[in-house]
Design a protein around this ligand. Structure first.
Ligand code: GLU
Length: 445
């Protein structure tokens, strides 16, 4: 049993200095899951204090990446909310106000234009992470590099901008965050943030750090392992539902072998306490499997909308066909192709004869014998898979030594240009007699 708590407020706080990457998408998704599980709130905050590297374009890309994954937010820079503004660059006065308060109370000091937070020795800044468990740290450990001197924390830089460790505390407190869920690379920042919470007399939120994501070689996931931005996966033909499902399984399991699920199911089942600290491996085979399962389960018209862009990109005349025909073709194809892109490639012959011509030329075939077979097929009064198959079977039994594959394979090649396809008589039925006749005549006429 879970105790749901609709006071839960969590946030995703990206710096708009790049596209939405796998790691960022993963963090956003876990926050979203926790908010939705609890019927709480999911907040998007843009941490754009690095003015030189932050852009509005990246902010847009991150937001559209989140939308593509199906992660909607309840408060954010684009929609506002009660605790805005939601861009750090628009909160500079707030950071200044609390920094001055710390100076007035003797907890921070000025160094030129900069404001520095004093780290006092002997303080226990341990915390209990929901995922990593107890993490013991003393303030005495916060040392200058290669020195025994305690390292104070810059909170406002000489250019007037707040530092990450400071602004994050002010915002998480004022925005009433109950949980801070973020990548494990921030564990080492947490004790510094705790010192600032305490100095301001504020409660510390719960922390849950998410495991690192590794490539197959067990090294931290990076460009070397292939696509890193969420959009690259979209462009390769992975579907948002699958990407969501796959990312949710990095460091979390739904239990009971529940591997394929929808967003609402994941939100219902999600528990922070089930997140593991063991680094998660980004496994392409698993992503492919998950994507294939989602492709299979899709409503035919939705599946069509996923595949169409890839046919169009390949220059195929999609608009010459009605959607019903194309959707039926993809239903026949169900289970073939791991990505929408592959499925589009494997089924191009339904859209056009041109790729078939380009792929195949009949060689070493007895055209006369084949034409006898085709003549019987096309004489069929009914252009239905079952009827066609019966004709073929009768043909085989009434011709000494004839084998089904010697007739079915050339038919398959003429219609599809492929070695593998769905049942060829079903393909023929769907394509229609005229189209089949046209293709067969082209190769054997
Ligand atoms: N802007 C920080 C980052 O992108 C946020 C870290 C946090 O969630 O506290 O890493």
């Amino acid at each position: 049993m879970s105790d749901k708590n609709d006071n839960v407020r969590v946030r995703f706080a990206p710096s708009p200095t790049g596209a939405l990457h796998i790691g960022g998408g993963h963090t956003a998704l876990f926050n979203w899951l926790w908010a939705r599980h609890n019927n709480g709130k999911f907040i998007l905050r843009i941490e754009d204090t690095d003015l030189a590297r932050s852009t509005k374009e990246y902010e847009q890309t991150i937001m559209s990446g989140m939308k593509w994954l199906g992660l909607d937010w309840d408060e954010g820079p684009d929609i506002g909310g009660d605790y805005g503004p939601y861009r750090q660059s628009e909160r500079l006065e707030i950071y200044r106000e609390y920094a001055n308060k710390l100076v007035d109370e003797g907890k921070a000091y000025k160094d030129g234009e900069a404001i520095i937070f004093k780290v006092e020795p002997g303080q226990d800044i341990s915390f209990n992470d929901i995922v990593y468990g107890q993490i013991n740290v003393m303030s005495d450990g916060l040392k200058e590099q290669n020195s025994d001197k305690l390292k104070d924390i810059v909170i406002i830089k000489s250019d007037g901008m707040p530092t990450y460790n400071y602004a994050v505390v002010i915002d998480d407190h004022l925005m009433k965050m109950t949980h801070v869920i973020r990548g494990e690379d921030h564990i080492s920042n947490t004790p510094k943030q705790i010192l600032i919470y305490r100095a301001l007399g504020w409660d510390v939120p719960e922390f849950a750090h998410l495991p690192m994501i590794l490539g197959r070689d067990k090294k931290k996931l990076s460009k070397r392992h292939g696509a890193t931005s969420i959009y690259e996966y979209r462009d390769m033909g992975y579907m948002p539902d699958s990407m969501f499902n796959f990312l949710a399984l990095l460091g979390w399991s739904a239990g009971d072998d529940k591997e394929i699920f929808t967003r609402p199911q994941a939100a219902e089942w999600f528990e922070l306490s089930r997140v593991t600290k063991k680094a998660a491996v980004f496994d392409f085979d698993k992503l492919n499997y998950i994507n294939q399962e989602h492709l299979k389960a899709l409503d035919p018209m939705v599946r069509l909308s996923m595949i169409k862009p890839f046919w169009i990109e390949a220059g195929l005349p999609v608009s010459e066909h009605d959607d019903k025909y194309l959707a039926d073709a993809l239903t026949l194809m169900a289970g073939r192709g791991r990505t929408a892109k592959e499925m589009a490639e494997f089924s191009d012959y339904f859209v056009s004869f041109e790729p078939v011509k380009a792929r195949w030329t009949p060689e070493g075939l007895d055209k006369e014998k084949l034409n006898e077979f085709f003549a019987e097929l096309f004489a069929s009064s009914e252009w239905k898979a079952e009827a066609l198959e019966n004709i073929a079977r009768n043909f085989i039994t009434s011709h000494e030594g004839a084998k089904m594959k010697d007739y079915a394979m050339p038919l398959r090649f003429a219609l599809t240009g492929m070695k593998v396809s769905p049942g060829i008589f079903e393909v023929a039925q769907l394509m229609g007699k005229d189209e089949c006749e046209k293709r067969v005549k082209y190769f054997f006429g």
